[in-house]
Design a protein. Structure first.
Length: 368
C-alpha cells in the first residue's frame, strides 16, 4: 500500500527525526510502500535513501509569511499523492501537518498527524486536528496538549528502540581514551540538544555539587545546540572544564552509553525521552527529572531515580546514590533492560503504527 511520509525537517534536529527513520526502517515492505517527503535534501533524505526508500523534496516554507510559495508546495504535495497512489499521509510534526493536511484534503487522503511535543498552540491544534484523521502522540503527557474534542482522534504510541543495536556491552577503552576520560574515573553520560528546556545548566550545577562528595567524576555530554558555548563556559567557571566532555553529536551512542555508570536526563519538560529507553536497553540505571512523559518510561526505585526538575542538589544526590551503590545501579540496569524488552521495542512501536494505518484504511473496525 503506497504511503507518503512527510518530515518537518530535512536535517536531523532531535529524536523526532530519529524515531521517524526507525519507523520507516521497520515498516513491513510487503505491506507498505512509503515515499519520504522532505523540505530540503539533507540528512533525513540521505538516511531514507539508505533504507531503499524513494525521496521527494518539496519545500515547506514557514507559515508565518503566507504567499504563493505555500500554495505551490501544497499543490506539489497533492500531485505527489495522486501520482504515487498514496492511500494515506503520515505527517511528522506540525509544519509537515499543515501542508499534508491541506494536500490530503484536496486529494481525498486521510492524514496522520504525529505529534511529539507537549507545548500547546490552541489555534493551530484545533486547525490541524480538524484536518487530521488521527493524531498520533508519543506519550500520555503529550496527549494532554489537546482539547477534549480531539480525544476520539488521539492514539498514544510510545517510541521504541532497536534492542539489537542498543544491547549491553563492555565499555571500550579506546573510546574512553579518545574522549579524554582517565582510566578508572567514574563516568556519567547524558545525550540531548543544548537548549534551555533540556536543563543542562542545572546538570552542570549538580556536577559541581557532586564533585564535593564524589570528586573525579567525569561527565560525557553528547549533543549540540545554541547553548553549547555558554555551557562550556559554565563548566569552566565551576572548575569542571577537565571533567565535562562536550562531544558534539555522535553516531556511536550505544558505545558512549556503555561507558557510563549511569545515565542522566535533566530536562525541565520532556514530551517523551527516547534516549531514556536507549539507556535502559543498554542496562544502564537512569536518573531523570519527574517531568512530562518521563514517568511513563522510568519506574522510580525500579529502573532508576526520578528527581524534581531544576533542582541540582537532588539530582546530584541521586547520581551519588547510584555511584556509591554499584549493586543497586546494576539491579536498576537489569530492570531497565527488561522494561525495554517488554514495553518499548521497535517492533512493537512499528506494529502499533501499522494498526493505526490499517484502522484508517478500513482494514479494522475503529475502537470505541
Amino acid at each position: 500500500m503506497p504511503l507518503a511520509v512527510v518530515s518537518n525537517h530535512g536535517h536531523i534536529v532531535g529524536g523526532g527525526e530519529e524515531s521517524l527513520l526507525a519507523l520507516l526502517g521497520g515498516l513491513d515492505r510487503a505491506r507498505w510502500a512509503p515515499t519520504v517527503v522532505v523540505p530540503t535534501d539533507e540528512a533525513v533524505a540521505a538516511r531514507a535513501r539508505a533504507l531503499g526508500l524513494p525521496v521527494a523534496v518539496i519545500p515547506l516554507p514557514t507559515l508565518r509569511r503566507p504567499g504563493p510559495v505555500i500554495v505551490r508546495s501544497v499543490l506539489a504535495l497533492r500531485r505527489l499523492l495522486v501520482t504515487t497512489g498514496a492511500a494515506l499521509v503520515h505527517a511528522n510534526g506540525s509544519r509537515a501537518m499543515a501542508y499534508a493536511g491541506a494536500a490530503g484534503r484536496l486529494a481525498g487522503r486521510p492524514v496522520v498527524w504525529h505529534v511529539r511535543i507537549g507545548e500547546r498552540d490552541p489555534l493551530l491544534d484545533r486547525t490541524l486536528g480538524a484536518l487530521a484523521a488521527c493524531v498520533l502522540v508519543n506519550s500520555a503527557s503529550v496527549a494532554r496538549r489537546f482539547p477534549r474534542g480531539l480525544a476520539p482522534k488521539l492514539r498514544v504510541v510510545h517510541n521504541g528502540v532497536d534492542l539489537g543495536r542498543f544491547a549491553p556491552r563492555e565499555p571500550s577503552g579506546d573510546l574512553r581514551r579518545a574522549l579524554g576520560v582517565p582510566e578508572g574515573a567514574p563516568v556519567v553520560v547524558s545525550v540531548g540538544r543544548f537548549v534551555a528546556f533540556k536543563g543542562y545548566a542545572h546538570l552542570l550545577d549538580a556536577a559541581a555539587v557532586l564533585d564535593t562528595t564524589h570528586p573525579g567524576v567525569h561527565w560525557v555530554l553528547v549533543g549540540d545546540g545554541p547553548l553549547r558555548a555558554g555551557l562550556e563556559a559554565q563548566a569552566r567557571r565551576l572548575g569542571l572544564g577537565a571533567q565535562v566532555h562536550f562531544t558534539g553529536w555522535r553516531d556511536d551512542i550505544p558505545d558512549v552509553l556503555a561507558l557510563g555508570k549511569c545515565f542522566v536526563l535533566p530536562s525541565m519538560e520532556e514530551p517523551f525521552g527516547r534516549v531514556l529507553i536507549e539507556a535502559m536497553a543498554m542496562a544502564r540505571a537512569v536518573v531523570a527529572t519527574d517531568a512530562g512523559g518521563v514517568p511513563e518510561i522510568v519506574v522510580h526505585g525500579e529502573t532508576g531515580l526520578l528527581v524534581p526538575p531544576a533542582a541540582p542538589a537532588p539530582l546530584a544526590a541521586a547520581v551519588g546514590e547510584l555511584l556509591g551503590d554499584p549493586a543497586r545501579a546494576a539491579r536498576f540496569g537489569e530492570a531497565g533492560r527488561w522494561r525495554a524488552e517488554t514495553t518499548f521495542t521497535l517492533a512493537g512501536h512499528v506494529a502499533a503504527v501499522e494498526r493505526v494505518y490499517g484502522e484508517l484504511l478500513g482494514e479494522h473496525r475503529a475502537p470505541r
